[in-house]
Each structure stands twice: as structure tokens, then as C-alpha cells.
Design a protein around this ligand. Structure first.
Ligand code: DCP
Ligand code: MG
Ligand code: MG
Length: 588
């Protein structure tokens, strides 16, 4: 089956090395030469490379880490403010090099860049007689801005590597003679931009990053991780298998084939589990084909699930293709075209665009996890703390200073929904070898407008929101008076509506009127939506992303169970729409 791809683009993927640890090192450079670990709860969430040289890993128990490295310096990383701020600052720095606005953040420490236009422009200016001494233009309007580079070869390592490659190394000679000439040249030129940006990031900001260079987000991210840390990798052509003749296989296929399936973004825990189980089952029962196999759900859960399985193993199974993948992976909740999409992913296909950065988040969410949370008193205390942080974040991320006269601040966006999620601890006997970690339950309600009141203190607002809304939402999630045992609380505001442009400077709507209308009209009503919410920053998994590519943020997909009133912005349940409209038509 031919798989079409968009490989005219040039995409870079940046992943900062030991990000949280680097944020502390940037604040205190003396830490760089010491083994440094960042602790959250009892876990080392990351450690610097000095610590890794001594045998430490990410996501290790602090106790274990101290045993391995008694001189370990440990810093506390539970307050995410400094990481969020550093992430924004580095994003702005990286964005300043790029011409298009296609610069997209993934979590705190990854960035995708579409640099197609910069690369094309610079290829157009290459002088064949002075390739060793080329100049990369970083500014179309000022020919003096840029850097000198050697355009006869790639910057940094490639995949396949120059030394082991059966194909020729990445040089301009191969770039100009290979069948995929222009692609080769584009990647070669992009590798120099990547190298330059990495060195600027290090010298100007004190951070190192690992970078991948290819034609899609998927491939750039995957190939970047080949040489870690503080390095880069370019995935060399050919990207298409030769139409005739033997021996010339697509480098994409060869590269993808060597990966463990779980490494592929879009194949998350659930899908990998089903695929491994299928491989285990197929191995146990001998070769099977689609026609002679009845693929019930039982088949899909049998087999040895601990074995790692590569893309190649899956791809070469008898009868493998989109239809068989649909049978293995389909089922309740799975997208209809899951087979086609996963088949594409296994072949390194990802047509999703690098999205233009938006500086208004789609949601803001604050959470904490707990060893033991069993009384309403504790819950109330924790909810109040979390709510205060949430309101603080809303004020930082969603307001801007008013330049004109009028109130000092203006809300750039209004989230419409308030969501409370909890994660009850499963009873011990339910524990399998790997209990799914995100069995959250949640409940949403319209966010009351008083939280947008900048003149009220954060603590007072938090107290009020907990008393008047969150506690009753909590009771609906957990009607029993006691007996629940929670391991996590999360409070989020979602369904962000950006303030309209014409409201700039005039402070927009009459907030007071909005308050009054919402308070009067909205009886408290809630929607129940249960289960499977991906953790912020967690790996993406198509299971949780029913509508799109591996990169989509499933958190956005909440249904709005009503209509947002065009007059006051309140979320109105369908049954109350008529009454609500009458309310607005009545004189004040
Ligand atoms: N992080 C976290 N909890 C996790 C995973 C990561 O808090 N379960 C945080 C700590 C990391 C940051 O996110 O510093 C980025 O995650 P990475 O997986 O990219 O790890 P690092 O950047 O720390 O290390 P590497 O050099 O391997 O990229
Ligand atoms: Mg990283
Ligand atoms: Mg990362």
C-alpha cells in the first residue's frame, strides 16, 4: 500500500537536556559540576548528566539515588513556576530565529520548528564556487545577519551514521547526485541552522538541547533522540524506497523498524499493550493470517506482554496492514480509522503541521498527588491551596496590563468551565503488574464569574470558590461521607474563550453585568464525564485522542453541554436557553 507523505517541509525538534536540572543550573552555575537531582515527592524526576554519569536515572526513587550517589545534591522541584518561566523564555528565544510563526511547544521542554522557508531561501543563495565558505542568512532584510558554514557536508551526526552507513555520508556531492537531491540539500542546510541555534542557546542562555532534523514532527522527534545529550541527528534520504532494484530501502523504514513500538508518539501504553499481546499470541499459536484468525478481544489480551516489540516485528507479521490493526486495536472508544493511522505511524508518516504558537493556553490545570487523603477537612484544605495557585496562574497567564485608561488589567481570555478531577486509589487486589495510572473521575461546572475580579484577594476568592462550588462538586464525585482514599486532586479551568479584539483598551464587557446575570440565571448544574484523561505532559496515545494526530491535546475535547450566551458569556444549559434570553431582553 502506497503511503503518501508531505516531505517538502523541513522540521526541527528541540528537547532540552535534563530540563528541570538545567533550570537550577542556570540560576546557580556552580551546580553544573556537581551531581544534581530534582526531587518531587519521593522521586528524582530528572538529574543532570554529571549524576547520570554516576549511574542515576530519571524517575528513580530518591532513596535509591542517594544510595548510588551519596554526594548527590538534591533540589526540590514541586513548584513548577521556575520551569514554566524558563520554558517561556527559551521559547521566545528560539522563536526569534525562525521566520514563520510555526513554532510549537510540546510540554515544557520540547519545541518543533518549521524552517522550510529559511532553508529554501538559503539554498537559493548558495554559491557553488564557495560552498566551503557559505553564509547562512538569518534575516531576509539584513544580509549581514547570519553565520558562516561549510555547505559541503552536514553539521553533526546523521542517521544512518557516516561511518556505518552503507549509503554515502552526508556530503554535498551525494546531495547533488542522489535521486533525492533537493531533499538531501534541504536537510544538510537545516542541520547547520540546528547547530547554530544549539550553540546560541548554550552561549546566550546556558541551556543545551538535543535536536532532530527531518521532514515531519514525528521523524524529527524520533531521530533527535539518537544522539543525546547536547547533540543533533539528521535523518538522511532516501525517504522513499527505490521503485526498482534491490538494496535501496527507505531510510525512514529502516529507522522506524529498529524502534520499540512504545517509542513512537501516538502509540501509547494501551496500544502498545495490545500490539505486544498480539505478537505474543501470534508467536504462541504460530503464523496466522487475517483470513484464518478470529480476532476476538481475548486474543488481543493473551500472550506475553512484557516482551519488547519493534516496529519491524509488527510490520512484518503475516497479514499485517490497516485492516488487521483495526481488528487488534479497535473496539469501544477507539477511533474508526485507528488501523490506518497506526499503520501510517509505523511507516513514519505524520502530516501534522507545526502549529503557530498561541500564547493563550487551552486550559490551566493545577494538581497535586497525595500519599493519603481521607478526610473532608484535608480535602478542603488541599482544594483551597490548589485553587489559590490556579487563580494566581490565571492572573499571570490570562491577563495583560491595560495600556489605555481604565482598569489596570484586562482579561485576554475567559475560561468557561471549572473542572474537578480526583483519582481514587484502587483497592490493592486490583493491582496488576502495571496498573493504569490515569483512572481519574471528574466533574465540570460553569466557572463563576467572580473569579475574574482582580480587586479581590486570591485567598478570599479561593475560599469562596471552594465553599460555593468545589466542595459540592466533590460531594457529587464522592457521595460517601468517608471511605474514599484519594491519590490525586486536580482543578482546571477549560473552554477558553479569547476576548474579542475590539474590546482592547475599552476593558471589554461590563463584568459587573456578567456577574449579575450569571449569578441569577445559573443554577448549579454539572456534567459528569468520567475517566481517561491524559496527564498534562504525559505521552500522547491515540487511545486518548480520538480525532487527530499523535500531537493533539485531548484535554481540549470536552463537550460543552449547552450554549455560551452571546450577551453575557455564561454557559447556559439547553433547557434554560429561552428563559435566559428573556432575562436579557428585560430592562435592567
Ligand atoms: N518531568 C516530570 N515528570 C515526568 C517526566 C518529566 O516532571 N514523569 C519533567 C522533568 C524533566 C522535564 O519534565 O526535566 C522534561 O522531561 P524529559 O523527559 O525531556 O527529561 P529531561 O529533559 O529532564 O532529560 P533528557 O536530557 O533525557 O531530555
Ligand atoms: Mg528533555
Ligand atoms: Mg522532553
Amino acid at each position: 500500500m502506497a503511503i503518501p507523505r508531505k516531505d517538502h517541509r523541513v522540521i526541527l525538534h528541540f528537547d532540552y537536556d535534563c530540563f528541570y536540572a538545567s533550570v537550577f543550573e542556570a540560576e546557580q552555575p556552580a551546580l553544573k559540576s556537581l551531581p544534581l537531582a530534582v526531587q518531587q515527592k519521593q522521586i528524582v524526576v530528572t538529574c543532570n548528566y554529571e549524576a547520570r554519569r554516576r549511574g542515576l536515572r530519571k524517575l528513580q526513587l530518591v532513596k535509591e539515588a542517594k544510595k548510588i550517589c551519596p554526594e548527590l545534591v538534591i533540589v526540590l522541584g514541586e513548584d513548577l513556576t521556575r520551569f514554566r518561566d524558563a520554558s517561556k523564555e527559551l521559547y521566545a528565544f528560539i522563536k526569534s530565529f525562525v521566520w514563520s510563526d510555526r513554532v510549537e511547544r510540546l510540554g515544557f521542554d520540547e519545541i518543533f520548528l518549521d524552517v522550510t522557508d529559511m532553508v529554501e531561501y538559503n539554498i537559493g543563495l548558495l554559491n557553488k564556487n564557495t560552498l566551503h565558505d557559505s553564509f547562512f542568512h538569518l534575516d531576509r532584510h539584513d544580509p549581514t545577519v547570519g553565520f558562516v558554514y561549510n555547505a559541503t557536508q552536514c553539521h553533526g551526526p546523521t542517521w544512518p551514521s557516516a561511518s556505518t552507513s552503507a549509503s554515502a555520508p552526508c556530503t554535498l556531492t551525494t546531495a547533488l547526485t542522489s535521486s533525492s537531491t533537493s531533499l538531501h540539500l534541504r536537510l544538510l542546510v537545516a542541520s547547520h541552522l540546528a547547530g547554530y541555534m544549539r550553540s546560541q542557546l548554550e552561549h546566550q542562555k546556558g541551556y543545551t538541547a538535543t535536536v532532530g532534523v527531518s521532514t515531519s514532527k514525528l521523524l524529527a522527534k524520533l531521530v533527535g533522540s539518537v544522539h543525546k545529550p547536547n547533540n543533533q541527528t539528521t535523518l538522511l534520504p532516501p525517504y522513499e524506497p527505490a521503485e526498482h532494484g534491490l538494496g535501496s530501502t527507505s531510510n525512514i523504514l529502516r529507522f522506524m523498524d529498529g524502534l520499540e513500538i512504545r517509542k513512537v508518539p501516538g502509540i501509547g501504553y494501551k496500544l502498545a499493550h495490545k500490539l505486544r499481546a498480539y505478537v505474543g499470541g501470534a508467536a504462541a499459536s504460530g503464523p496466522t493470517t487475517l483470513s484464518d484468525t478470529e480476532l476476538g478481544s481475548d486474543t488481543a489480551t493473551a500472550g506475553d506482554n512484557s516482551e519488547e516489540v519493534t516496529v519491524k516485528q509488527i510490520r512484518l507479521l503475516p497479514g499485517m496492514g490497516p485492516r488487521l490493526l483495526n481488528k487488534i486495536l479497535g473496539g469501544a472508544g477507539a477511533p474508526k480509522d485507528i488501523g490506518v493511522r497506526v499503520w501510517g505511524l509505523l511507516h513514519g508518516v505524520d502530516d501534522s503541521d507545526v502549529l503557530a504558537g498561541r500564547d493563550i493556553p487551552t486550559q490551566i490545570s493545577i494538581e497535586d498527588s497525595y500519599g493519603k487523603l481521607t478526610t473532608l477537612h484535608e480535602v478542603k484544605r488541599e482544594l483551597t491551596t490548589l485553587t489559590a495557585s490556579l487563580i494566581r496562574r490565571m492572573r499571570t497567564d490570562l491577563t495583560e496590563q491595560n495600556v489605555d485608561s481604565g482598569p489596570r488589567f484586562r482579561w485576554r481570555a475567559h475560561p468557561k468551565l471549572l473542572r474537578l478531577s480526583t483519582r481514587p486509589r484502587p483497592p490493592p487486589e486490583a493491582d496488576g503488574p502495571r496498573t493504569r495510572i490515569w483512572n481519574r473521575i471528574s466533574r465540570s461546572a460553569a466557572l463563576p464569574l467572580y473569579v475574574f475580579n482582580i480587586d479581590e484577594s486570591i485567598d478570599a476568592l479561593a475560599e469562596k470558590l471552594v465553599q460555593e462550588h468545589l466542595l459540592s462538586m466533590f460531594r457529587k464525585l464522592h457521595p460517601e461521607k468517608f471511605g474514599w482514599n484519594l491519590s490525586l486532586l486536580n482543578i482546571a479551568v477549560t473552554n477558553m474563550v479569547e476576548s474579542a479584539g475590539e474590546q482592547r483598551g475599552s476593558n471589554g464587557r461590563d463584568i459587573g453585568k456578567m456577574f449579575r446575570s450569571q449569578e441569577r440565571v445559573l443554577s448549579e448544574w454539572t456534567v459528569n464525564e468520567s475517566g481517561n484523561e491524559p496527564l498534562a505532559n504525559a505521552d500522547t496515545d491515540l487511545d486518548n485522542h480520538p480525532t487527530g494526530t499523535p500531537w493533539e491535546d485531548g484535554d481540549d475535547e470536552e463537550e460543552i453541554p449547552g450554549t455560551i450566551c452571546q450577551t453575557c458569556g455564561a454557559l447556559i444549559p439547553t433547557f434554560a436557553l429561552v428563559a435566559h434570553a428573556q432575562y436579557h431582553s428585560a430592562p435592567d
